[in-house]
Design a protein around this ligand. Structure first.
Ligand SMILES: [Zn+2]
Length: 401
């Protein structure tokens, strides 16, 4: 059983390096619910001694995108009455009292209980706005947010209203925080074919501006090999200019990653880490520069990877596969983008060059509008050229260019 601390803070604590502070003050948020929303967790964890005090702050300010983030994992549990997770029917770890998920199926079931409690438009707006607040506090300039209507029973008969409420919350957050957000409408691997086709029909008939991509997620191992089934739906979406991404290589093996790229036309693969089991596939992904948007803590918590230290992200990265680092479901795993990057520094001794490359991949593989992507890449170039203090996990030294 894998314990998951719902409210456990994530970001390894900075010890107040003055050289790394100086994030500009933000205007008072205009959105009325701003004060009630979750923010990037403040750490109580102790960072490893080899990690310099400034590293988390440097990483936080590093311009980047988040491209693997589920709306369903961004519901503050105290807004849906599940802060006492035992009431949600989730087992509690006997030592920590934290909810525990044995596997991906248990985790997805918990998501359903959580999202079923979101029944009011104001709740949806709050959740959307909270995503923008946390992105800004994490140095994330753009986020592609995956949402899967099968998890939102109160909105199945009025999906347009759900998207409109999300759009309202995102728009308010974009205005307050200067970030940009795109939505990826996701099919579910295990849903009946008729339902997924209806969803794509709805998407193509309504074409909400906020929705930029078609996605598919869910339990790949329970669904079996479904590439052929979903391929026609992705073809239809791509034909009208929607982007495409797909969960694969999480509970499915390398064949799932292959199907995502070759059958669904996925421009990036969500997770994709089990590609590492097939050397020729890794070589292909590297040669074709297919990006994998990876969520290391999620993989460890759900038993897809045995530990952070042995997570395949480093093997994939060093083999030349473009990788980005993401949170998946930050409010359920207690993760943040800064926390995930920082753990990679701790585990793999990533230096400034590697961190910059990973941030660049996150922006380049995002579905942000071309002009926005150029802005973020320019921000990244400026940041890296400024000679900001370099996190150096090996020595803890601070260097300037
Ligand atoms: Zn995911």
């Amino acid at each position: 059983m894998l314990p998951v601390a719902v409210a456990e803070p994530d970001v390894p604590s900075s010890r107040g390096c003055a050289a790394c502070s100086g994030r500009s003050a933000r205007a008072t948020p205009s959105f009325p619910f701003a004060r009630t929303l979750g923010t990037v967790p403040t750490s109580t964890r102790t960072t490893r001694a080899t990690l310099p005090a400034c590293a988390p702050d440097w990483i936080r300010r590093l311009p980047k995108a988040e491209v693997h983030l589920h709306l369903e994992g961004c519901v503050p549990l105290d807004t849906v009455g599940l802060e006492d997770a035992g009431h949600a029917g989730v087992e509690l770890d006997p030592e920590t009292g934290a909810p525990a998920f044995g596997d991906l199926a248990e985790f997805l079931a918990f998501l359903d209980r959580c999202c079923a409690r979101v029944t009011r438009g104001e709740q949806v707006e709050q959740i959307a706005y909270g995503i923008t607040s946390r992105a800004a506090a994490d140095g994330v300039g753009h986020a592609d947010v995956i949402f899967n209507p099968t998890h939102w029973p109160a909105w199945r008969s009025d999906l347009s209203e759900l998207v409109a409420r999300l759009d309202g919350g995102f728009a308010a957050g974009e205005a307050d925080h200067g970030v940009s957000i795109g939505l990826c409408l996701s099919l579910q691997r295990t849903q009946p074919p008729g339902e997924s086709a209806e969803l794509v029909d709805w998407l193509l008939a309504t074409r909400p501006d906020r929705v930029v991509a078609l996605s598919v997620d869910g339990d790949e191992s329970a669904a079996g090999r479904t590439g052929e089934r979903f391929a026609p739906l992705f073809r239809r979406a791509r034909a009208v200019g929607l982007r495409a991404c797909a969960h694969a290589g999480e509970s499915s093996g390398p064949e799932g990653v292959r199907d995502a790229v070759e059958l669904l036309g996925a421009e990036r693969v969500d997770h994709g880490i089990r590609a590492v089991e097939d050397r020729s596939l890794v070589q292909e992904l590297a040669a074709r520069a297919v990006p994998l948007d990876i969520c290391p803590t999620s993989n460890v918590r759900l038993g897809v990877a045995t530990s952070f230290a042995t997570h395949p992200i480093e093997q994939l990265r060093t083999a030349g596969v473009p990788v980005s680092v993401n949170t998946d479901d930050p409010l359920l795993f207690g993760t943040s983008v800064t926390g995930e990057y920082t753990r990679c520094v701790e585990a793999f001794s990533w230096d400034r060059t590697v961190l910059g490359a990973v941030a660049r991949t996150s922006i380049e593989s995002s579905f942000a509008q071309p002009e926005r992507r150029r802005e973020l890449l320019a921000d990244l170039d400026d940041f890296l050229a400024q000679g900001t203090p370099e996190p150096d996990a090996a020595t803890g030294a601070r260097e300037r260019r």
